[in-house]
Design a protein around this ligand. Structure first.
Ligand SMILES: CC(=O)N[C@H]1[C@@H](OP(=O)(O)OP(=O)(O)OC[C@H]2O[C@@H](n3ccc(=O)[nH]c3=O)[C@H](O)[C@@H]2O)O[C@H](CO)[C@@H](O)[C@@H]1O
Length: 349
């Protein structure tokens, strides 16, 4: 009997890909267990999807205390996995996966890695040599991998929520009551929002709100809502929320997306063939993710410092039907199949 342990956490970008694979595994009647932290979003998101979840007391490795906690929880994880006896483990990068991956090595349980970003994160770099297979989103990730390990790597794209597949732009616009001549602009940060993007939207609020042809959907991020909106007296037709639960529908309906360049967001843009204006949060390798789209002329990249220009550019592009089509066609060339399905097959489940 197969039993799969998923280890993930931190941000939506690490958790959603795990959930989309786990749902496919569960559909096959295979037992699953999630291991993350008891401090971050996985503790809420994963149980909400009715998966069994264990939260470890670990923190990013930035202090003696956090190293100490990591050691204790690694010992506890070894005990836990001895009891749970998983047949396979899959990890989704970052410090949260370290205890389970050490335990997998100690107990010789076969493990797989999934890397969402163009540039591999540190945890995945440490552990990939012992992995059965490594699933990567983008072709170019292999450039940094030594020749003798390349055969372990499979380019699958990022696993997305099932709702991103089979969406139709016209249908989604109808559901949202968007008229044919209206242009939909979706603004999202990462799963935590993006202050710089919010500030730029605020500065351009007058231009955006006076254009009757623009339908704006703007997620400020859960912690930034008040700060981003308290100066706006009239939202007009704009829909402004801390967080959108229905990004698949909104993105499908949109003409252009203004966003960060987190790996899932980039893969979602690819799946839905969307032109975008990207403002990468560059401490975590997002510029390299953004480059994947810009390289094929599917997106324009700006920085925090030029975020206002980014909004101007988006407003300009959205008025040029041929440009939108050109960018969309280019994005389409990067499309992969249903990544979660491919990964489940590759894991022999
Ligand atoms: C700040 C940070 O550390 N970011 C990293 C984090 O991304 P982070 O989780 O911020 O970003 P991603 O783009 O990977 O994922 C965001 C997810 O949240 C969803 N969403 C967003 C806004 C909203 O209102 N509703 C909603 O559902 C998006 O559709 C997407 O599925 O992990 C990613 C995957 O390793 C990395 O590429 C990012 O660099």
């Amino acid at each position: 009997m197969e039993k799969v342990v998923f280890t993930t956490g931190g941000t939506g970008g690490h958790i959603y890909p795990a959930l989309s694979i786990a749902k496919k595994v569960r559909e096959k009647g295979i037992d699953t267990l999630f291991i993350g932290t008891k401090h971050r979003m996985e503790k809420d998101i994963v149980p909400k999807e009715n998966f069994r979840f264990i939260g470890l007391d670990i923190l990013p490795l930035r202090s003696i205390k956090s190293v100490f906690k990591m050691i204790i929880e690694t010992m506890n994880t070894i005990k836990l996995l001895k009891k749970e006896k998983p047949t396979k483990i899959i990890a989704f990068g970052n410090y949260i996966t370290i205890p389970v991956l050490i335990a997998a090595n100690v107990l010789r349980i076969p493990y797989y890695l999934q890397e969402q970003n163009h540039t591999m994160g540190q945890a995945n770099k440490w552990f990939y040599k012992g992995a059965k297979k490594v699933f990567v989103a983008f072709e170019n990730t292999l450039e940094s991998v030594k020749e003798k390990y390349k055969s372990k790597f499979v380019v699958t794209g990022n696993p997305l929520r099932e709702e991103f597949y089979g969406k139709n732009k016209a249908e989604e616009r109808k559901k949202l009551n968007i008229k044919n001549d209206e242009k939909v602009i979706l603004v999202i940060g990462g799963s935590l929002g993006a202050k710089n993007i919010n500030e730029a939207i605020l500065k351009k609020w007058k231009t955006i709100s006076e254009d009757v042809k623009i339908r704006l959907f703007w997620a400020t991020g859960k912690d930034n809502y008040e700060a981003s909106t308290y100066r706006i007296r009239d939202f007009g037709t704009a829909v402004v929320e801390p967080y959108f639960e229905n990004v698949p529908e909104l993105m499908a309906a949109s003409d252009i997306v203004i966003c960060r360049a987190g790996a899932s967001t980039i893969s979602e843009l690819i799946q839905l063939e969307k032109p975008s204006v990207l403002i990468p949060y560059d401490f975590v390798g997002q510029k390299e993710n953004a480059d994947v789209l810009e390289y094929v002329n599917g997106a324009k990249i700006f920085t925090n410092e030029t975020a206002e220009e980014a909004i101007d550019e988006a407003l300009s592009i959205v008025g040029q039907a041929s440009m939108l089509e050109f960018m969309s066609e280019n994005v389409k060339t990067l499309k992969k199949g249903n990544s979660a399905e491919i990964i489940v097959n590759e894991m022999g489940l």
